[in-house]
Design a protein around this ligand. Structure first.
Ligand SMILES: *Cc1c(COP(=O)(O)O)cnc(C)c1O
Length: 381
């Protein structure tokens, strides 16, 4: 993956001049910093960033510059990178299952916050992490819908088990806290409502006052042109319901968005390498590349089509099947996608809102996956 040193005015300037043959991600630091400030100003608590959604070093650096002081990390490599780029930031090691050597590494690196969702993994933390000043957040789950897919299938204790674990955390001398993740791209604010009320119930039943309550990531990004995410309404609901559920004395709130912080700051340009018999669109990027999560999370229809000269196509909308470049038949974007009828081989499909789970999950399958990140002043064409 190449990183160009220069800063371009906008994506079409780059496309016109460079005529890239491989996919290009355009990154606008100004957009990322504005997203960070929107969270910092709007969320009623501490805002941390889930590194896995986009671990590019310039993303971390710009978030720090915008005032983000905490990071959700899941592996020794993420811990090492964030420590190097943001030595004073708080690290929350919120992968509930870790090897003993990973826990020992985190302790050595000064990590003070861990999450857990089981007896066996809590026992490991108790054995390896010095309790003094260390926080353990019990991660719980509810059978609620509202997200693009359900994280509860892998992580989270039931409310009953979480009650037991929270009491054990407190008895062992750790700072007791709670955490949950409503599932990614969660467009229903009532998911947070249900989780916040369950958190209060867990505290009451455990007889433990949680120090902090981490409401997870899951905040939606803008994917469909007709559905604008309502972040302010979600922030307002979280503040109000936490207050209500905990009788006016809620734990300190924390959130750990990945997607909603980073998505809008990257735009992907993928090129049409073939328009097979005038019908199917074959791109130089697909579901083994930067479009990896679309089959799971759904299509992003915020797509402009730009000619090699940098002119936006404006033909009438025509539904198209879009394939990626590999020889695997699952390498296809979901459904059919409306694109201008005058598109041609050599044009660029420019997808907005592509910063999350894209470069991070790009593979080299079938010899593809080479790409470039170009920094731009603004993302508008
Ligand atoms: C992935 C993850 C996040 C970020 O989720 P988004 O849906 O991208 O906001 C937050 N917390 C934990 C523990 C995660 O695993």
């Amino acid at each position: 993956m190449g990183l160009s040193k220069m800063i371009w005015a906008n994506p079409s300037e780059f496309l016109r001049i460079e005529q890239p043959l491989n996919p290009v991600m355009f990154f606008a630091p100004s957009v990322l910093q504005a997203s960070a400030r929107r969270f910092i100003d709007g969320f009623p608590g501490l805002v941390t960033y889930a590194v896995k959604s986009n671990p590019e070093e310039m993303v971390i650096q710009n978030l720090v510059a915008a005032g983000i002081q905490g990071f959700d990390v899941a592996s020794p490599a993420e811990i090492e990178m964030v420590r190097r780029l943001a030595p004073t930031a708080a690290l929350h090691y919120h992968n509930p299952v870790r090897g003993r050597h990973e826990i020992a590494y985190a302790v050595e690196m000064g990590v003070k916050s861990y999450s857990v969702d089981s007896r066996s993994e809590l026992q490991k933390l108790i054995e390896i992490v010095p309790a003094e000043g260390a926080e353990i957040s019990v991660r719980f789950k509810l059978p609620v819908a509202g997200a693009a897919y359900n994280f509860g299938a892998k992580f989270g204790a039931t409310v009953e088990l979480a009650t037991e674990l929270l009491a054990t955390v407190a008895e062992a001398g750790f700072i007791p806290s709670l955490t949950f993740h409503p599932g990614t791209q969660c467009t229903d604010p009532m998911a947070w409502d249900a989780y916040l009320r369950a958190a209060a119930e867990i505290c009451t039943n455990a007889g433990v006052k949680a120090r902090r309550l981490n409401v997870g990531g899951g905040f939606p990004s803008h994917r469909l042109s007709t559905e604008i995410p309502q972040l302010d309404a979600i922030f307002e609901l979280i503040g109000r319901v936490a207050h209500d559920a905990f009788d006016g004395e809620p734990p300190a709130l924390v959130c750990e968005p990945g997607r909603a912080l980073v998505a809008e700051s990257f735009t992907l340009a993928a090129r049409i390498k073939g328009l097979r018999d005038g019908e199917h669109v074959f791109l130089n990027d697909g579901t083994y590349g930067n479009l990896d999560e679309l089959p799971i999370t759904g299509i992003i229809d915020r797509i402009a089509v730009v000619s090699p000269e940098g002119v936006q196509r404006d033909g009438e909308a025509q539904p198209r099947v879009i394939f990626g470049p590999t020889c695997d038949s699952v390498d296809r974007l979901p459904g059919e996608v409306d694109l201008p009828s005058d598109l041609e081989e050599g044009d660029f499909l420019v997808f907005s809102g592509m910063g999350a789970y894209s470069t991070a999950t790009n593979t080299r399958f079938n010899g593809f996956g080479d790409m470039k990140i170009a920094t731009v002043m603004r993302l508008g064409l």
